[in-house]
Design a protein around this ligand. Structure first.
Ligand SMILES: [Zn+2]
Length: 377
């Protein structure tokens, strides 16, 4: 009998145990639920203040330079959101200062929007004073009246990004003399790129860097620029160079020097017909972009690869700087100059510049940090 009593007792204990466990489980669950309802003074992470587009750039600059904290990381993330990929972040111009004479043909700075893969590179142009210089939708700047004003180009996709050209309009001179050669200053090699850019001056549609006329695929000459032949300084220098060569038994002569805009139209056109435009662009300039129009350039003896490596070409390379000339399209510099090596094409820049440019081993484009790329139509 006692055995019989034990069995129901054991069953009861088990039932009780299950009941107790169930009550405990329900209790814990209730306790947790009620606990979460109690307001706890936990500092809630405040969202970064909504940023207006106007402050985006400044905030971005701060966050990238400061040491990163969680809050700054959040700000950074927020900033990224307000600057969509492909948005224009900067604008560079082919020049920032221009002096124009009344009656000059209009000039147009080349515009480079960064990054290169920006989706929308459309521009908006405006003049601070259209009674001094007017600008059209394509960036053609026209002199209207004497004075100074600012022409601004803005990226339509990001109106905070802009670049400006300071335009000075002067009365047309009664006559125009060929600008004298400037002399190189000591700053030449220590200037930063930005400082150099301020040194690009467009006068009457002609581009100068530190007083040196630059003509290449980026910087054309107006069709009206016509010195009528080699400028006197260059002609005298070439004459001296020939005499010195002759004294060493080297016969040099000018195959071709000054060429007008219109003669270049026909020369380049003929090359395009014969070789196709892509090939022609490697060795012949489009009209307006030929250095021969400057009146400071000579093709010596034979303008062709057959001249490379001849005694005459070697003498020219070793000695032309003494007379103020540089080999304008050196070996292996096509990426900078836009032209393959031309041992015969020399450019007069004056003795001082010729010495420093030649000694640098750089092409003219590298030395002055300018591009030589045709505009995209
Ligand atoms: Zn040439």
């Amino acid at each position: 009998m006692p055995k019989k009593k034990k069995r129901p007792a054991r069953g009861l204990y088990i039932l009780l145990l299950i009941a107790v466990l169930a009550i405990l489980a329900v209790g814990i669950a209730l306790a947790l639920r009620s606990g979460s309802k109690v307001p706890v003074p936990v500092p809630v992470a405040t969202a970064p203040p909504a940023m207006t587009t106007a402050t985006t750039t400044a905030v971005r600059a701060e966050t990238t330079t400061a040491t990163t904290t969680a809050a700054e990381a959040a700000t950074e993330a927020e900033t990224e959101k307000s600057l969509p990929p492909g948005m224009v972040s900067g604008i560079r111009l082919s020049f920032y200062h221009a002096t124009m004479y009344l009656g000059d043909p209009s000039i147009m700075p080349l515009v480079l929007m960064e990054p290169e893969d920006a989706f929308d590179k459309s521009e908006h142009w405006e003049s601070s004073d259209a009674s001094i210089a007017a600008v059209d939708e394509s960036g053609n700047i026209t002199a209207v009246g004497e004075g100074r004003c600012v022409i601004r180009v803005t990226a339509l996709s990001n109106p905070e990004v802009y670049a400006e050209v300071i335009v000075t309009v002067e009365p047309a001179p009664e006559y125009r003399t060929t600008p004298a050669m400037s002399t190189p200053s000591r700053e030449t090699t220590t200037m930063t790129v930005d400082e150099m850019r301020k040194d690009i001056n467009v006068i009457g549609g002609i581009s100068y860097v530190q007083g040196v006329m630059i003509v290449n695929k980026t910087y054309p000459l107006p069709a009206s620029y016509n010195p009528g032949g080699l400028i006197p300084e260059a002609a005298q220098a070439f004459s001296d160079l020939r005499a010195a060569a002759s004294a060493e038994g080297i016969y040099l002569f000018s195959h071709s020097d000054y060429r007008s805009h219109w003669s270049q139209v026909s020369i380049y056109g003929n090359y395009c017909n014969k070789y196709g435009q892509e090939a022609a662009d490697r060795f012949s300039a489009r009209a307006g972009y030929s250095e021969h129009q400057t009146g400071m350039t000579v093709d010596v003896n034979w303008p062709g690869d057959a001249f490379n490596g001849t005694a005459e070409a070697n003498w020219l390379e070793e000695n032309c700087a003494k007379f103020g000339f540089i080999i304008r399209y050196p070996r292996d510099k096509e990426a900078y100059t836009g032209y393959k090596y031309e041992s015969w094409h020399i450019r007069y820049v004056g003795k001082e510049w010729a010495a420093v440019i030649t000694a640098s081993g750089l092409s003219m484009e590298e030395f002055f940090d300018v591009t030589s790329v045709y505009p995209e139509n």
